[in-house]
Design a protein around this ligand. Structure first.
Ligand SMILES: Cc1ncc(COP(=O)(O)O)c(C=O)c1O
Length: 691
């Protein structure tokens, strides 16, 4: 199969580019749909490679992704479908469109080679940042495979220049900020956007998408651009077609869009005719490093980049401004800082080893460490002139902290929460509502923190002008991991000073913290990072046990990958789809983890273990009954891990356990799991009804 470039230039009319997800609505429908495209007069096909967490897509394409994955579609299966389409007479250029992680797990070079062999002509990778896109494009160019960059209204001139240079066949121009599937035509700013892109793209053709669904849209957009992309509407048409009739339905739809124009297939040029461009590199500059070793970065759809750039600048300015720190520190009274620090006498006695100290973030206002970061980010949002705040939450603690900060500073607050977590953490949902926040139950995907995070990102790109997204953990794309760790490091700085004061200026031997995304652990670990004699131990959620696959122990058993905008350890299958997770504690129920922790794991600076649900419950009981402190179930993992560590050390050693939050929110969950987990730890406690 010949590779072709300049697909659009070889036409003397507006090209119609149509998107469909491979394997949607069924695997059997895909080849007939591609044939329907061709027979109806389409010029270029975009075939979606499904991904479990498509953050740039609206509900229509999300459902198509989920359905395709349920149908068993993988990268290999997608390539088989391309091959079959070629065998059955589809000659149009086929461009594979998807997210980076499945390609990364498949192997980039192998993906390009196998896709080319199957008969595909190029690829669009939605969340590949320019510096990586340049490398991927260079590999593609060697194989005669095309790379199609995406640009958005927010793309800077600097990036437009690079992205234009790496475009081999055409550039995909996203017409509006937001996710796919927003109807109502393309945005009014499209004329200016196309003119701006053309300044850099020269003769490279442009295809405009997002918001196109009717013949009139096709005509209007065609006045400006060379090609017009239709995606969500195609998904609707094939999704609504009668069983087995998707191909015919899409052919009829395409004919309507093209007003039955005569079909003259695009003229493919061979790879020999393709003028190879020089390979080159690109690196964006950041004041604070955007990576921690090989982890970190900004793997986001181009539309999200503007949000991150604005935030990065605001963060840099804030931390360089003494008045910002003064304002933040003036809130310490409100939070209850410094949080207290003391020896856990009876727990130490129980463990019979090292001395155990507790850092009491559970005593903070709102009951956890999350308030430190929430207040700091709300201050940054105010500096940016934002009036609305969005946040994701798992356990509800970050949601409560953000709702609290918004109430204090008079900002509108919307919290996204997985529907399953809404159920598990009903008390916190009510607290957020009392504080004046709106709580949106996210019902797609696994209905937990991961889906709430995706939904918050989607909302952010749509409402960037007015809205700041307060991410609750040290996760996500740069600058979030650095930003969150910076504001949470108050925990470690205080603990260090408090320990020294009580121990003749010495340092502790180890610090223990639970790990969900990494905000409390990076917060307490980072001030000790360079004190290499201090051991850093993170405790993840081992759920039902690591051998069951039902857990959230990302660093312990995950693999490097790209998820929610960052390269880090991820719980995923071999096709790069993100795993469902489980933990008794909603706040640890997340398949990714902060990139700084990933780098510390890689370098050996920190160690990570997992505590099962039952072991966490044991920690919960011990701290409650030996110290009179009911910890959050998240923190209970650290308590359990800390006791095990203390047992292995002599009594002249000292460890600090970070009690990241209090357990009031978990009382109901504990009552629910006790019948199952109680017998495992010999805890026969029941709720009794008193008459
Ligand atoms: C009390 C508490 N501790 C820990 C966590 C886990 O998050 P992280 O790893 O970001 O500290 C949460 C998350 O909701 C929490 O509520």
């Amino acid at each position: 199969m010949n590779t072709n470039h300049n697909f659009i230039n070889s036409l003397d009319r507006n090209a119609l580019v149509t998107f469909v997800t491979a394997g949607y609505p069924t695997i059997e429908d895909t080849v007939p749909i591609l044939k329907g495209f061709q027979e109806g007069g389409v010029d270029i096909i975009e075939l979606g490679v499904p991904f479990s967490d498509p953050i740039a897509d609206g509900p229509t394409i999300q459902v198509a992704n989920t359905t395709a994955l349920d149908n068993g579609v993988t990268v290999i299966k997608t390539l088989e479908l391309v091959k079959k389409a070629r065998e059955e007479g589809v000659t149009l250029p086929i461009v594979l469109m998807g997210y980076y992680n499945p390609v990364l797990q498949y192997g980039e070079e192998k993906f390009i080679k196998d896709a080319y062999k199957a008969g595909a002509n190029g690829s669009i990778i939605v969340d590949l940042p320019p510096e990586e896109a340049v490398k991927f494009r260079n590999l593609s160019a060697e194989a005669g495979f095309s790379y199609i960059p995406l640009v958005a209204p927010s793309t800077t001139d600097e990036r437009l220049e690079v992205l234009s240079q790496i475009a081999d066949s055409f550039i995909y121009v996203v017409s509006r900020m937001g996710t796919t599937g927003v109807s109502g035509g393309v945005s009014v700013g499209i004329t200016d956007l196309v003119a701006r892109v053309r300044k850099f793209s020269g003769k490279t053709p442009l295809a405009v998408g997002f918001g196109v669904s009717t013949r009139q849209d096709f005509i209007n957009v065609g006045k400006l651009s060379d090609g017009i992309v239709i995606g969500s509407k195609v998904i609707n048409v094939v999704g609504e077609a009668k069983f087995g009739e998707a191909g015919d339905a899409i052919k009829a739809y395409v004919k309507e869009i093209l007003d039955n124009r005569e079909v003259s297939p695009v003229n493919l040029v061979t790879s020999d005719d393709y003028e190879k461009k020089e390979s080159f590199t690109f690196e964006e500059t950041h004041k604070f490093p955007s990576r921690f070793g090989e982890f970190g970065g900004q793997y986001v759809p181009e539309i999200l980049h503007a949000c991150l750039r604005e935030l990065e600048k605001a963060f840099e300015d804030a931390v360089a401004d003494p008045s910002f720190w003064e304002e933040f520190r003036s809130l310490y009274q409100y939070i209850g800082r410094p949080s207290s620090f003391h020896k856990a006498e009876r727990l130490t006695e129980h463990a019979g080893g090292a001395q155990i100290w507790l850092k009491r973030e559970d005593l903070n206002h709102t009951g956890s460490h999350k308030i430190n970061n929430a207040l700091a980010q709300v201050l940054i949002a105010k500096r940016l002139g934002k009036t609305e705040i969005i946040a994701e939450t798992g356990a509800g603690q970050h949601g409560v902290a953000t709702a609290t900060a918004c109430a204090k500073f008079g900002l509108k607050c919307t919290v996204y929460m997985g529907a399953e977590d809404v159920r598990r953490q009903a008390l916190n949902v009510f607290r957020m509502k009392i504080l004046g926040a709106d709580v949106v139950a996210v019902t797609n995907g696994t209905k937990t923190l991961r889906d709430a995070t995706s939904e918050a990102f989607r909302n952010w790109v749509t409402n960037l002008k007015t809205t700041h997204y307060v991410v609750g953990s040290a996760i996500g794309p740069h600058p979030y991991p650095t930003l969150v760790r910076t504001f949470q490091s108050v925990i470690g700085n205080e603990a260090k000073a408090q320990f020294k004061e009580l121990n003749d200026g010495k340092l502790p031997n180890a610090i223990v913290a639970c790990v969900g995304g990494g905000s409390n652990s990076t917060g307490i670990f980072s001030p000790f990072e360079h004190d290499t004699e201090v051991e850093l131990l993170g405790v993840e959620a081992g759920g039902d046990g690591l051998d069951t696959g039902v857990h959230s122990a990302t660093l312990t058993v995950g693999e490097p990958g790209v998820f929610h905008g960052v390269k880090t350890y991820v719980l995923q299958d071999k096709d790069g789809q993100i795993h469902d997770t489980h933990s008794v504690s909603a706040g640890l129920d997340y398949p990714g983890v902060g990139p700084e922790l990933a780098a510390w794991k890689a370098s050996g600076r920190a160690k990570f273990i997992a505590a099962t649900d039952a072991q966490a419950l044991e920690g919960f009981r011990l701290l409650s009954q030996l110290e009179g402190i009911i910890p959050a179930l998240e923190s209970s993992h650290a308590v359990y891990g800390g006791i095990q560590l203390a047992k292995s050390l002599s009594s002249d050693k000292h460890i600090i356990i970070n009690v990241s939050g209090r357990g009031d929110k978990d009382v109901q969950s504990v009552a629910e799991v006790l019948p199952k987990l109680g017998p495992k730890i010999d805890w026969d406690l029941r709720f009794e009804t008193f008459q």
